[in-house]
Structure formats: structure tokens, C-alpha cells
Ligand binder design. Structure first.
Ligand code: SF4
Ligand code: SF4
Length: 370
């Protein structure tokens, strides 16, 4: 049996009941009285990338000094990080950092309550991905911290190379995926591919599903999003966003993804939500930890509640991350602008599983009433 597949009973028994119960209490009661401390965190460890993706401008950003391991460690002395339970390490392309393993070790050692460590790679450098994955598993396994890695793949063969803007990219990703699948013979971790749905590859999504299923590879679909921060891709919207003629195909595909309702895989809630958003113009209802108890920190010291929204401060300019996170002005912005406006139009699948687990009452209502 592969590392990604468990029986329903196995999954139910291994469910993180502590997160479910604490989350229900935090989201439905505690948050009405005080701001929740951050439990979910994204660390952007670089803005350098060896891809030239059609939907992202990170690779074109001017190069600046990225915090070293010691500089990150100094920022992380702040007690606000004591509560972090889930960490995702992203770039740019994370493996372009020669000190990625040392950085990951510093994060893992710093977070006493860490339950999961995730990372994302474009898979262009198989050796580096596999070496760093093995090293991260050696850090997480003794502490029973869950590890997962998602490799970005936006199509098969030349289709992927076109989106990535690099010839031969698909072959490199295949080497990476093969290597990760071999690693899973000796280690327990989640691996899968992330497929950004856009005008250019929507029509190939079902063929991609069949290809991945035949290889026992999980897929995380994500409709393309446009943001002025992080991926900085507002100027690409005209070219890659869905067109009116894509609407039927898009809605039909999302409806299919939304049929897989279960107590274990919570993503059906998100896809049903997206159908209502794209088809009816309805507001998003899927909970998201990044507007409740999430935080993002990048290698320039910029602090965000969420990478899809503007930064809320910089921790290298006199304020600590605590000062910035709990600044009444920023908390007001999170409540009045993010929760009430931006998030209602957000199509991001990022951490939705965690958000739904913490707001489990919403999910149970969905299962019982839809
Ligand atoms: S989407 Fe990812 S792989 Fe592509 S350019 Fe941006 S950071 Fe690099
Ligand atoms: S719903 Fe979207 S914009 Fe709002 S916090 Fe989550 S990812 Fe960010």
C-alpha cells in the first residue's frame, strides 16, 4: 500500500483529534474574545527561481539580501512562534538555497509544538529535492512530525514545459517524482503534485487525473489566482485567467471534484464553494487559517497574515513579529478588510483542510445538509 493511501478506519483512528477540538473551541469561542496566536505559518525562504512560469513573476523580481539561517533564528526568538504547529516552507524554488537543510532544522528545533512540515518544489533539481527530503525526514520522524512535499506540475510533457517556460522541465520532474516514490518505500510521508488550473491547461485536467491515478500520485488542484504581493502576477491575468468559453468546462470539473464527500477528505467543501463562487458570484465560505491564526514571514523580514494580501510590516525595521501581528491597526485590517472583503472573493485552496478541521462544525453541516 502506498504512503498516501489508508483505509477510512485507519484515517479516522489517526485523525488529529486535538486539532479538531481545540480548533472548534478557538474558532467558535475564543476568537470572539481575543486574537488567536499563530498556529499555521508559511516561511518564504527565497524569491529566486529557475523556472519561468506563465502565471508567476517571482522569477523576474530584483534580487535582494535573503535572511541567513542566523538572521532567521534571531527573528524567531520572538515568543510568538512558540505556538506554531504547522509550517510550510516555500520559495521561489526552495532548493536553490544551499542552506535549505540547515534552515529547516532551525525551524524544526525552534517550534516545540510542530505537528507538520510541508514544502513545495518545482522538481527541476532531482538530486537536491531528494537529498533535502531525506534530511527533513530525518528531522521530523523522531518527533513524529508529519512531512509532505508537493511538486508543481501543470501538464504532461511539452504542455508542462510550455507553462514552466523551460524545455525538459517535465523530464526532470519525473525523475524527482520517481525518486520520491522510491523514498516512500522506506519512509512514511505525503507526496503529490500541485496543478494550477488556468486557461492554458484546463482542457487537459482530466487526462492529467488519469495519468496521475495510474501512477498513484495525488493531485492538489488550484485555480489560478492573481495577487499584487508574493507572486505579483496581476499583469498576467488577461493572458492566463479563465475565459468566458472556459466557464462550462471549469464548473463541470469543479463539480466533479466536489462530489467526493467524506469524513476524511474535506476538499469537497472547497470545490462546492468554488462552484458557487464562479457560477453564481457567491462569497467564499471555506474557512482559512490565514485569516484566523496564520502568519507568513519572508526572507526579507516582511510579515503577512496571508501571502495573498499585502504585507502588514517588516520585522527588521524596529518592530518584532509580535508587535506587527498584534498591532490593533493590523488586527482591524484582518477583521474588516480581509475577513469581510478580500477572503470572500479568494479562490485559494491553501490550508483549507486545516481550516475545515478547525471549523469542523461547518463541515459536518455541509455533509448532513447537502
Ligand atoms: S510558480 Fe513557482 S516554479 Fe514557477 S516561477 Fe513562480 S516560484 Fe518558480
Ligand atoms: S481566504 Fe485567501 S485571502 Fe483570505 S486569508 Fe485565506 S488565502 Fe488569504
Amino acid at each position: 500500500m502506498s504512503g498516501n493511501h489508508k483505509t477510512t478506519l485507519e484515517k479516522a483512528l489517526s485523525a488529529d483529534w486535538g486539532t479538531l477540538l481545540q480548533g472548534a473551541l478557538d474558532y467558535n469561542v475564543v476568537s470572539h474574545f481575543k486574537p488567536l496566536p499563530p498556529k499555521v505559518m508559511t516561511a518564504v525562504v527565497n524569491y529566486r527561481c529557475n523556472a519561468r512560469c506563465a502565471m508567476c513573476n517571482i522569477w523576474q523580481l530584483p534580487k535582494r539580501h535573503e535572511m541567513t539561517v542566523d538572521e532567521f533564528a534571531a527573528v524567531l526568538h520572538d515568543p510568538i512562534f512558540d505556538t506554531v504547529e504547522r509550517l510550510t516552507i516555500v520559495g521561489g524554488e526552495v532548493t536553490l538555497r544551499n542552506d535549505l537543510v540547515a534552515l529547516a532544522r532551525m525551524f524544526v528545533d525552534r517550534f516545540p509544538r510542530l505537528k507538520s512540515l510541508s514544502t513545495i518544489s518545482n522538481g527541476f533539481l532531482p538530486e537536491r529535492v531528494l537529498t533535502s527530503t531525506e534530511a527533513m525526514l530525518a528531522m521530523t520522524e523522531p518527533r513524529k512530525i508529519g512531512f509532505s512535499i508537493s511538486v508543481s506540475l501543470e501538464g504532461l510533457g511539452a504542455d508542462h514545459d510550455r507553462v514552466r517556460g523551460v524545455d525538459g522541465a517535465f523530464d526532470k520532474v519525473m525523475q524527482t517524482l520517481d525518486g520520491l516514490q522510491k523514498l516512500r518505500q522506506d519512509h512514511k510521508f505525503w507526496m503529490g503534485v500541485g496543478y494550477t488550473l488556468m486557461h492554458q491547461n484546463l482542457g487537459q485536467a482530466r487526462a492529467f487525473q488519469r495519468w496521475a491515478a495510474a501512477r498513484d500520485i495525488s493531485i492538489g488542484f488550484q485555480p489560478v489566482g492573481f495577487h499584487s504581493s508574493y507572486v505579483s502576477n496581476l499583469d498576467l491575468q488577461d493572458e492566463i485567467d479563465f475565459k468566458p468559453e472556459d466557464q462550462d468546462e471549469l464548473i463541470g470539473f469543479m463539480q466533479e471534484l466536489g462530489t467526493r464527500r467524506s469524513l476524511i477528505d474535506l476538499s469537497a467543501f472547497f470545490w462546492n464553494d468554488l462552484v458557487r463562487m464562479y457560477r453564481d458570484g457567491a462569497p467564499r465560505t471555506t474557512p482559512c487559517p490565514y485569516n484566523m491564526d496564520g502568519l507568513a514571514l519572508d526572507c526579507y523580514g516582511d510579515v503577512y497574515y496571508c501571502l495573498s494580501t499585502p504585507k502588514i510590516g517588516n520585522c527588521l525595521q524596529g518592530q518584532s513579529v509580535s508587535d506587527i501581528y498584534y498591532d490593533p491597526k493590523n488586527l482591524r485590517y484582518r477583521k474588516e478588510t480581509m475577513q469581510e472583503r478580500i477572503c470572500k472573493g479568494c479562490n485559494s485552496s491553501c490550508a483549507t483542510e486545516t481550516g475545515l478541521k478547525k471549523d469542523v462544525k461547518k463541515y459536518l453541516r455541509f455533509l448532513l445538509t447537502s
